[in-house]
Design a protein around this ligand. Structure first.
Ligand code: IPE
Length: 255
C-alpha cells in the first residue's frame, strides 16, 4: 500500500505572520505519522507563511526578470527551513524521512510539472524511506520561474507512482457547501452540482483553494485513486487516516 499525504501550510504555520511555524502542531502530526505503519508513504507539505510572502514580494508568479531572480533564494530558503522542521520532527518520531526539494528535482512548463526526478523518490520508497516534498519556487521552461504548489505535486505523483490513496490534511473539516455544511462524498456524478455551489460561494480564500484542489483530485478518482480531504488540526485525524479508519471529511471517489 502506497499513500500520499499532503498537509497544508495553514495547518503547519501561522499564515498571518511571516515565517511563523506552529512547532506543537508539527510535532503532533509527526508523532501521529510515527505511530502507524501504513506501508509506503510520500509526504507533501505546503509553505504557509514560509514562502508565500517572499513569492509575492518578488512577484515570482510573473516569471523571471531582474527583480524576481532575487526572490528565488529567499523563497526557497524560507520553505526549506519549514521542510527542515518537518523532517526533523518526523525523524524524532522514528520516521525515516528525507527531503526532496522540487527546485532541485523538477521542471515546469507553463506552470505545470514537466519533469520530476522520480528515480530518487522510487528508490526511497523501495527502501522504506519517506520522501518529504513541499510547495516551492521551480524553474519553468516558458516563464523562467514559477511557484509550484503542493496541490499540483499530489496528483502528479499519485499517477506516476500509482499510489493507492491520497489524504489532504487541511484546517477545515473538508469540502464545505455555501452554508458551511460538510459535503461527505464527491463523485463525477455530483461534481456538476458541487461545482455550482463552490463557484457560487464567491472568492472566499479557503473555498477558492478547495475548488482548485478538487479539480486536481477528481481526475485521480476517475482513474481509481480515491482521496479524502480532512481536518488535520483535529488531534488523531492524521493517525486515523493512515490506519484507513477516518470516517470524517469529504471522500472523493470515482463512483
Ligand atoms: C506554495 O506551496 C509554495 C510557495 C509559496 C513557495 P503550497 O501552495 O503547497 O502552500 P500552501 O499549502 O498553500 O501553504
Amino acid at each position: 500500500m502506497t499513500t500520499i499525504l499532503k498537509i497544508g501550510g495553514s495547518v503547519l504555520t501561522d499564515k498571518n505572520k511571516v515565517s511563523a511555524a506552529r512547532p506543537d502542531v508539527i510535532a503532533r502530526i509527526a508523532k501521529e505519522i510515527g505511530e502507524i505503519d501504513s506501508g509506503k508513504l510520500v509526504l507533501i507539505h505546503g509553505a504557509g507563511s514560509f514562502g508565500h510572502h517572499q513569492a509575492k514580494d518578488y512577484k515570482l508568479t510573473d516569471g523571471l526578470n531582474d527583480w524576481s531572480i532575487k526572490g528565488i533564494w529567499p523563497t526557497h530558503s524560507a520553505v526549506t527551513s519549514l521542510n527542515r522542521m518537518v523532517v526533523d520532527a518526523l525523524q524524532m518520531s522514528g520516521v525515516d524521512a528525507i527531503p526532496v526539494n522540487p527546485l532541485s528535482s523538477c521542471t515546469l512548463s507553463g506552470g505545470r510539472i514537466e519533469h520530476m526526478c522520480l528515480d530518487v523518490i522510487e528508490l526511497m520508497l523501495q527502501d522504506d524511506i519517506t520522501p518529504v516534498l513541499h510547495g516551492d519556487v521551480v524553474m519553468d521552461r516558458d516563464r523562467g520561474v514559477d511557484i509550484l504548489s503542493g496541490d499540483q505535486i499530489v496528483p502528479y505523483l499519485a499517477r506516476e507512482l500509482k499510489v493507492d490513496r491520497v489524504g489532504i490534511g487541511t484546517n477545515v473539516d473538508g469540502v464545505l457547501d455555501r452554508d458551511g455544511k460538510l459535503i461527505r462524498k464527491l463523485t463525477p456524478g455530483n461534481m456538476g452540482e458541487v461545482d455550482k455551489i463552490l463557484s457560487g460561494s464567491g472568492g472566499v480564500d479557503v473555498t477558492g483553494g478547495m475548488h482548485g484542489k478538487i479539480h486536481e483530485l477528481m481526475p485521480l478518482a476517475k482513474v481509481g485513486i480515491p482521496s479524502l480531504v480532512f481536518n488535520a488540526e483535529k488531534p488523531g485525524n492524521v493517525m486515523k487516516f493512515l490506519k484507513n479508519d477516518l470516517q470524517e471529511g469529504t471522500f472523493i471517489r470515482g463512483d
